[in-house]
Design a protein around this ligand. Structure first.
Ligand SMILES: [Zn+2]
Length: 346
């Protein structure tokens, strides 16, 4: 068994945006003495349990079939996303109804996903080191989006920033107390990233059209981590008709060296060249996406959704395209309509 350890080296300049990102990460590989410790530039990838690889399993969540890792009693998706066990199912549940049909089992597999009135409640574990990471990340979100973060005073739905073995978060408001874990190596930038998940953002490189923009180098991915790179686009859909470009500058984008086993890139541009990622600030695309979800009116019904982006709305992960909503089924993309909090086939 190979055991991998991510060691974060955090120079004081890590928070500055520049092309020569001073953040350097090292992957130390045990039981493989012939493998040198690699010094990887830009290995900006958040991981919930950096020291453990759990068993791979497949679950259904928000209408998506997700390959997840079962580790420490939790479902982990793409490294740092925690899937709530109570809302995941082993087989598909009905989330889209025929016209005129009466919805049932609304609580199964669903999440309301949105923070009401653009307000995110939070609390911070007293034992969390360097709480300024949280305050700085919150200030950044508030300065750039319509979201407001309010210290919890008895509200039942809230984010709880707490120490953990890595950096992790749930996607969207899942109901009740939801942890964002921050190991001591998780920077302010990683905290901005994890808050991005908590307000409803998925990873940029899992966009359905990502294969138009990037190339995955499967041979360089660590054993047992390859599922982190799958999307439902890999289920056969080529995504060609979606033209909005992938945002390499997104704070939700994996680095080219994510989960590399040999110091070689796992993700490049389609032409094989490297790109740089940043963990300094929300990109313009991130801000556009967040403000589409959380518009001035409180979110959820805003007409400003970005075409080509995925959103989790009323328990379903859907794609915005041509100002309409699409849901990916095994028969391909099908248009869906949202009515009174329930999705129907168009
Ligand atoms: Zn993430």
């Amino acid at each position: 068994m190979k055991k991998l350890k991510l060691i974060f080296v955090l120079p004081a300049l890590a928070f500055l945006a520049c092309s020569e990102d001073p953040v350097s990460d090292q992957i130390e590989t045990e039981n493989e003495p012939q493998t040198q410790t690699k010094n990887l530039n830009n290995a900006n990838t958040e991981v919930a349990f950096p020291d453990e690889v759990g068993a791979k399993t497949e679950i259904y969540y928000t209408g998506l079939k997700l390959p997840v890792e079962s580790v420490n009693g939790q479902y982990v998706y793409q490294g740092d996303i925690i899937i709530p066990k109570s809302k995941a199912t082993k087989s598909p549940v009905k989330l889209v109804y025929e016209k005129g049909e009466t919805p049932q089992n609304k609580s199964v597999g669903r999440t309301s996903a949105y923070w009401k009135d653009n307000t995110v409640y939070y609390d911070i574990d007293g034992s969390l080191p360097n709480k300024d990471r949280v305050y700085d990340a919150i200030s950044h979100w508030e300065a750039n989006t319509n979201l407001e973060f309010v210290k919890r005073s008895g509200q039942s739905n809230y984010i709880y920033f707490t120490p953990g073995s890595g950096c992790s978060s749930y996607v969207g408001m899942i109901g009740g107390k939801q942890n964002i874990t921050l190991a001591s190596g998780c920077t302010t930038g990683s905290t901005i990233h994890e808050i991005g998940h908590a307000v409803g953002l998925w990873h940029e490189q899992s966009r359905v059209d990502r294969d138009n923009h990037i190339k995955i180098h499967w041979d360089n991915i660590q054993t047992g981590r390859d599922y982190n790179f799958e999307t439902y686009a890999s289920a056969g859909y080529d995504g060609e008709e979606f033209t909005t470009s992938l945002d390499f500058n997104s704070i939700m984008m994996y680095s080219p060296y994510s989960f590399s086993k040999n110091g070689e890139p796992t993700i490049t541009r389609r032409d094989g060249s490297l790109y740089s990622v940043q963990r300094s600030e929300l990109s313009n695309g991130d801000i556009q996406g967040a403000n589409a979800m959380y518009g001035g009116s409180g979110g959820g019904t805003s007409p400003n959704y970005v075409n080509g982006e995925e959103y989790t709305i009323a328990g379903l992960t859907v794609l915005r395209y041509n100002d309409k909503w699409y849901y990916y089924t095994r028969w391909g993309w099908r248009q869906v309509l949202l009515k009174d909090g329930t999705w129907y086939w168009a």
